[in-house]
Design a protein around this ligand. Structure first.
Ligand SMILES: [Zn+2]
Length: 91
């Protein structure tokens, strides 16, 4: 069924979370897209593998690097956790 629903403000907070901080050096990487989008079909979350169902607001990030194009999506559950991390709330 549907997951937790976040207010737009919560989603904006979650957008401040840096997905790959520390994972990568300053490589030649360009963020082509990093925005809140509405799913036009079903997707899987990059982080937890959970379903992002059609019509759900979620985060989509598209990057171009030396490895090619990378596309990542995060579901509401993960965005909740990201928002808490941004605010410094653990658990
Ligand atoms: Zn997720």
């Amino acid at each position: 069924m549907s997951g937790p629903h976040l207010a737009d403000g919560d989603l904006e907070t979650a957008m401040a979370w840096e997905p790959f901080a520390g994972d990568r050096g300053p490589r030649d990487l360009r963020v082509l897209r990093d925005s809140l989008v509405v799913a036009r079909c079903d997707h899987a979350c990059h982080e937890c593998g959970g379903a992002i169902t059609t019509g759900t607001k979620h985060r989509q990030r598209v990057e171009a690097s030396e490895d090619g194009l990378g596309s990542f999506r995060w579901c509401h559950v993960c965005m909740l956790a990201h928002g808490r991390a941004v605010l410094g709330i653990s658990g």
